[in-house]
Design a protein around this ligand. Structure first.
Ligand SMILES: Nc1ncnc2c1ncn2[C@@H]1O[C@H](COP(=O)(O)OP(=O)(O)OP(=O)(O)O)[C@@H](O)[C@H]1O
Ligand SMILES: O=c1[nH]c(=O)c2[nH+]cn([C@@H]3O[C@H](COP(=O)(O)O)[C@@H](O)[C@H]3O)c2[nH]1
Ligand SMILES: NC(=O)CC[C@H](N)C(=O)O
Ligand SMILES: [Mg+2]
Length: 516
């Protein structure tokens, strides 16, 4: 790759992605690689600097995550953070031990070496956030201390070898001047240009797609969601008519979504869009399925079947479809390459998985290096309308994973009505783009109620609203009581079949965002 980048080696810290974000906010591209990445994998990113992340292990543990110590000798500047500092000390001949006093949370750091470039322009006392139980007790030869807390060492450097390290976490919000420190590293030490802007990304991506695709034909599975819409517009910008987008009604879309999205994407984005109403096919396959994973897999398979049919159909006009566009994002990539190998399957995100191999199409994933907020920024730069960019994420398996128990046309219709009320009230309260997602879930539980002096025995609906940065972790959102009150009262009054509304107050972890 030609773009300058900072490579972050991940030792398993829960904040590794934050380091990447902070650096990207400085308009410098950064890539997270597992700590086990080979030197050639690292070099492929054209790094101008390397950051070693924190991590939960101790460097002296037998199974501690390890990187090739040669990363310290590549010639590019290195910044170690927490475990990263300990990794440097350990591998270059220092000593790391459990500390007498562990430090968790806020700490005050005194900068002893104000001349070192990492602390340039920063005050002599820094408020920082610590999270460690180990300590580098002896420094390797050629290193000296740059900062301390009243308990322990907080920073080291070897200027000759261009290696800096800090024991605290500059990437977290609780280290207020952390971004300035990272900026010192990236610009003053590594010499970054800071030219990784949306415009630059669009220009290089469009050029790369043109070169890759040539005169081939490309299919894009388009859901109207942010990711696939931005991906489609980027590819369309590159190859115009050679792109066909397919939007499938899988029978579990939201109320009026099929018609509205079709029109919106055609009118506002000018895409060549083929809407395929396959709702009967999907609902037939879903009949009597109640297990969440089986639902997801059933829907995934049916998506594949529909896309196969469509690509065969347009093959006659186009001479065959060679490429498939996917809206894969960076968290998807990182999640499947964690330090200790791919994480356990919690749910099968359908993500048109399996499609490429079976259809023999090659993949185009223009957004695979980006976070969702970055995707929205690219979309904005592409001139896409805000109502598309601000859409909350909606899972491919749709309402099927929000209808607990069997998915039937009747139950879909009930949930569509309830969901529509949630969306409208959240929008009316000005909260729609302030929360990550907000939606209704139809439970397989009937309860007794009383309406108009009549006994009712009907369904329960749960409301879920969460705050999140990337969907990987989430906090339940404390929606204002008056909003909840309007939602509840409207659902019970307006939706036939629901007589009780409850509110989900579970974060992720331990819950997940969707119920299935
Ligand atoms: N109804 C659909 N018709 C066609 N393709 C779909 C449909 N639903 C999902 N997809 C495909 O599955 C992919 C994954 O869906 P996902 O919901 O993660 O992304 P998205 O819809 O593009 O964005 P968002 O996360 O904002 O909803 C989409 O990018 C799209 O390629
Ligand atoms: O395209 C998708 N296909 C899926 O199968 C799928 N399952 C969950 N989601 C969305 O992913 C985020 C995290 O969801 P969970 O906490 O429920 O795993 C949330 O934003 C979910 O809406 C999906 N998106
Ligand atoms: N957050 C970290 O990187 C911790 C590193 C190491 N496990 C310690 O406790 O000191
Ligand atoms: Mg979606």
């Amino acid at each position: 790759m030609d773009t300058q980048s900072i490579v972050i080696l991940d030792f398993g810290s829960q904040y590794t992605q934050l380091i990447a974000r902070r650096i990207r906010e400085l308009n410098v591209f950064s890539a997270v690689l597992p700590c086990t990445a080979s030197l050639s994998e690292i070099q492929a990113y054209n790094p101008i600097g390397i950051i070693l992340s924190g991590g939960p292990s101790s460097v002296y543990d037998a199974d501690a995550p390890d990187a090739d110590p040669k990363v310290l000798e590549l010639g590019q500047p290195v910044l170690g953070i927490c475990y990263g500092l300990q990794f440097i000390a350990h591998h270059l001949g220092g000593k790391v031990r459990p500390a007498d006093k562990r430090e968790y949370g806020h700490a005050e750091v005194i900068v002893e070496d104000a001349k070192t470039a990492l602390f340039a322009g920063l005050p002599s006392h820094l408020h920082v956030w610590m999270s460690h139980g180990d300590e580098a007790l002896e420094l390797p030869a050629g290193f000296h201390r740059t900062a301390v807390t009243n308990n322990a060492l907080a920073g080291i450097v070897n200027e000759d070898r261009k290696i800096w390290a800090v024991q605290f976490h500059p990437e977290v919000h609780h280290t207020p001047l952390g971004k300035e420190l990272l900026s010192n590293f990236v610009f003053d030490i590594c010499g970054a240009k800071g030219d990784w802007t949306p415009a630059h990304f669009i220009e290089t991506t469009v050029a790369a797609i043109c070169e890759k695709v040539g005169s081939d034909h490309v299919l894009c599975a388009l859901s109207g969601g942010v990711d696939s819409s931005v991906a489609a517009v980027l590819v369309h910008k590159a190859i115009g008519d050679q792109l066909t987008c397919v939007f499938v009604n899988n029978g579990v879309l939201r109320k009026n979504e099929f018609a509205q999205v079709t029109q919106n994407l055609r009118d506002k984005l000018g895409l060549n869009l083929v809407p395929v109403d396959a709702s009967d096919r999907f609902l037939a396959k879903l009949a009597s399925v109640t297990d969440p994973e089986t639902k997801r897999k059933t829907i995934g398979r049916e998506f594949i079947a529909v896309f196969e049919d469509e690509s065969n159909r347009i093959a006659e006009q186009t001479g065959g479809v060679d490429w498939l566009v996917q809206g894969t994002l960076y968290p998807d990539v990182i999640e499947s390459s964690s330090v200790r190998g791919p994480s356990q399957t919690i749910k099968s995100h359908h993500n048109v998985g399996g499609l490429p191999e079976r259809m023999k199409m090659k993949l185009i994933e223009p957004l695979r290096d980006l976070f969702k907020d970055e995707v929205r920024r690219i979309g904005r730069d592409l001139g896409m309308p805000e109502d598309i960019l601000q859409r909350q994420p909606f899972p491919g398996p749709g309402l099927a994973v929000r209808i607990l128990g069997e998915v039937t046309a009747d139950r879909v219709a009930i949930l569509q009505e309830a969901d529509d009320i949630v969306v409208k009230e959240i929008k009316a309260a000005g909260l729609y783009s302030k929360v990550w997602q907000s939606f209704a879930v139809l439970l397989p539980i009937q309860t007794v109620g009383v309406m108009g002096d009549q006994r009712t025995y009907a369904n329960t609906c749960a409301i879920r609203a969460v705050h999140s940065e990337d969907g990987m972790t989430a906090d339940w959102a404390p929606l204002p009581y008056d909003v909840l009150k309007r939602i509840s009262s409207r659902i019970v009054n307006e939706v036939r079949g629901i007589n009780r509304v409850v509110y989900d107050i579970t974060s992720k972890p331990p819950g997940t965002i969707e119920w299935e």
